[in-house]
Design a protein. Structure first.
Length: 325
């Protein structure tokens, strides 16, 4: 049996081997006056050992999935101003900035847009490149909205230090839109360039890490949340694409299998096997822990692996149709 400190170190090492813990890439730019290019400083906070435990516990207990999505971004201040009006519902919903200052009403939102345009790194009215990232942080219906707002605030403070940003909470009760979503969510608009002019350049790995960090902030505030991938949940079947679904609804023929389906299935099987090995290694670390809850989590991970090796029969119509074809 290892000590608690050793268990923590091994858990963090296990996490870093499978997750990209580097900060969001930022494009290096030439400073004012033609000074040499420089690297961006680190952003965000690293995962803790307890955070890794929470991530694994959320997987085995099948907690609701936290969602982080980039929905677009404004090219120039004209687009950003329109987005601020949209997420604030023309001033009906309160906007909060990176300093915790609140903005209510169209006049306040207009002042915020003016601060964005001329504060920090100025933004042209029309630009050929993205000057802001529109991010949505969401959880399923029934989630405590105020705790969600606090989690989003903590997430933004940690991940986007040095950037101007604006966030707005939308709930089914507070959103004055025609068809408000039943899922509480926060719209987060982040200025692409920080106070030094260095640009955000998020990639797929960054989104995955953002989900994990957001789920951690939610769990810290008593909200059950997971940020697991389909692979970690051993869901080999992707959701049906919208174009395919519409074709099937219209009764049009759709060939579900292509020439490379066998290779794709083989690659998926290999990834699944690698994930089983990865979960087994985490279970081995936790099984040697002096904490009883860690050892119990190890048994639950073993059970997840056992179920993945012997999945229950599925009765999905699309899968049955593929088998018949």
């Amino acid at each position: 049996m290892t000590t608690l400190a050793q268990t923590d170190v091994e858990l963090l090492r296990w996490h870093e081997q499978g997750f990209n813990e580097r900060p969001v890439r930022k494009v290096m730019v030439r400073g004012i006056g033609g000074f040499p290019l420089r690297k961006a400083s680190r952003s965000g906070t690293r995962m803790t050992a307890d955070g890794v435990r929470g991530h694994l516990r959320a997987i085995v207990q099948r907690k609701p999935q936290a969602m982080v999505r980039i929905s677009g971004g404004g090219k120039g201040m004209r687009h950003i101003r329109a987005h601020l009006d949209y997420i604030s519902r023309n001033g009906h919903l309160e906007v909060e900035d990176q300093n915790g200052e609140r903005f209510n009403g169209r006049g306040d939102v207009a002042e915020l847009a003016l601060a964005w345009q001329h504060g920090g790194t100025p933004i042209a009215e029309v630009s050929a490149r993205r000057e802001a990232f529109n991010i949505i942080l969401s959880m399923p219906a029934g989630t405590n909205a105020e705790a969600l707002r606090q989690a989003a605030r903590a997430f933004a403070q940690a991940e986007f230090g040095g950037h101007q940003y604006a966030m707005v909470l939308h709930t089914q009760d507070s959103d004055p839109g025609r068809e408000p979503s039943p899922n509480p969510h926060v719209h987060l608009c982040v200025k692409a360039r920080d106070d030094d002019g260095v640009r955000l350049n998020p990639r797929k790995d960054d989104l995955r890490r953002w989900r994990a960090r957001f789920a951690l902030r939610l769990r810290e505030r008593g909200i059950d949340a997971a940020a697991s991938s389909r692979l970690e949940r051993f869901q080999s079947e992707r959701g049906q694409k919208q174009g395919v679904r519409h074709k099937l609804l219209r009764g049009e023929p759709f060939r579900a299998q292509g020439a490379d389906d066998v290779q794709r299935a083989e690659r998926a099987k290999q990834k699944e096997t690698a994930m089983l090995v990865r979960f087994a290694s985490a279970a081995s670390v936790l099984a040697r822990s002096p904490i009883e809850t860690d050892r119990r989590l190890a048994l639950e991970l073993v059970d997840v692996c056992r179920r993945a090796r012997s999945p229950a029969p599925r009765h999905d119509r699309e899968i049955e149709a593929r088998r018949e074809r």
